[in-house]
Design a protein around this ligand. Structure first.
Ligand SMILES: [Zn+2]
Length: 296
């Protein structure tokens, strides 16, 4: 690989770094050869991490002359994300580890998408995750892959995960972000909402993290076959979003993908409320007036 640290110049943010990497490596293949990138950018070794406490680690100095990445053994997609995350710490000079010269990252760090205000540690984990997601699923390659997909479908998430060799959740997060429709993906486990990813235009999900998946959700039906994305079907919108009582409810669709480990992804797709004709609106307003005023 021709890329070297010089190509990154003074880029400090995940976005700027990935932009420089893509400029220096315009013909990057998919899945992105993350190990080769590491070698070209100053990582001298990638070793197995034999610990249950941490998912990944990086040993380096403040000047980042070189680095060694540690990644827990496990599935290839997960390991690739860990390596990319540690490479992110290595390339972002403003990331200062808790112990001098040694970054240690837990699995919860590798899932972090938001940081508490003022929490520098959380912020740096969020940045490393953003770098990992961007470098493993470069925006132009992701957009290219997404042009083949039209109607939202969890099957696409599985295809992206396979093609980019990333975890299903990493693929789901990118899918939600890049899909033009109003969609959200809920990660459920042990009957509860674990994480939510939604497009910018998708309303707030009323079932917060930790709360049980609604009993009327398709997730609760026993007919799912594991590892197959189910049918997409309409559900009651008030299961997941706040529906104003005096407004027409939008149509909401659900699709469930159940994994063997008891975890599931639930895709939510919101359809815009169809425009009412003036006559329909007058009729409805008339009813509402009579209803509220108690007249018949
Ligand atoms: Zn980290």
């Amino acid at each position: 690989m021709p890329i070297s640290r010089k190509d990154l110049a003074d880029a400090g943010s995940p976005e700027a770094l990935v932009k420089r990497i893509l400029k220096a490596e315009p013909n990057l293949s998919v899945p992105v050869p993350i190990q080769e990138l590491c070698v070209s950018l100053g990582i001298v070794k990638t070793e197995d991490f034999d610990t249950d406490e941490f998912e990944g680690g990086l040993v380096t100095d403040a000047k980042r002359s070189e680095g060694t990445i540690f990644a827990k053994r496990g599935g290839e997609p997960r390991r690739r994300f860990t390596i990319a995350h540690e490479l992110g710490h290595f390339l972002m000079a403003h990331h200062v580890p808790d112990q001098p010269g040694r970054f240690l990252c837990k699995s919860s760090d590798l899932l972090r998408v938001q940081a508490k205000e003022g929490d520098q540690r959380q912020r740096r984990e969020v940045e490393a995750n953003r770098f990992a997601a961007l470098v493993l699923m470069p925006p132009h390659l992701l957009r290219g892959a997404m042009t083949a997909f039209r109607e939202p479908d969890l099957q696409h998430v599985l295809t992206l995960a396979r093609d980019f060799a990333v975890g299903k959740e990493t693929a789901a997060r990118a899918y939600v972000q890049y899909h033009p429709e109003r969609i959200a993906i809920i990660v459920a486990g042990n009957g509860r909402v674990q994480r939510c990813y939604r497009s910018l235009s998708f309303p707030t999900i009323i079932c917060g993290v930790g709360s049980p998946v609604p009993t009327r959700s398709r997730y609760q039906s026993s007919s799912h076959r594991p590892n197959i994305a189910g049918d997409i079907a309409a559900c009651s919108p008030d299961l997941w979003i706040d529906v104003k009582r005096d407004l027409r409810a939008p149509a909401l669709y659900e699709q469930v993908y159940l994994q063997q480990n008891g975890f599931a992804m639930i895709l939510l797709r919101l359809e815009p409320v169809p425009e009412e004709s003036t006559e329909e609106r007058k009729l409805e307003e008339g009813w509402r007036y009579r209803f509220h005023s108690g007249r018949r």
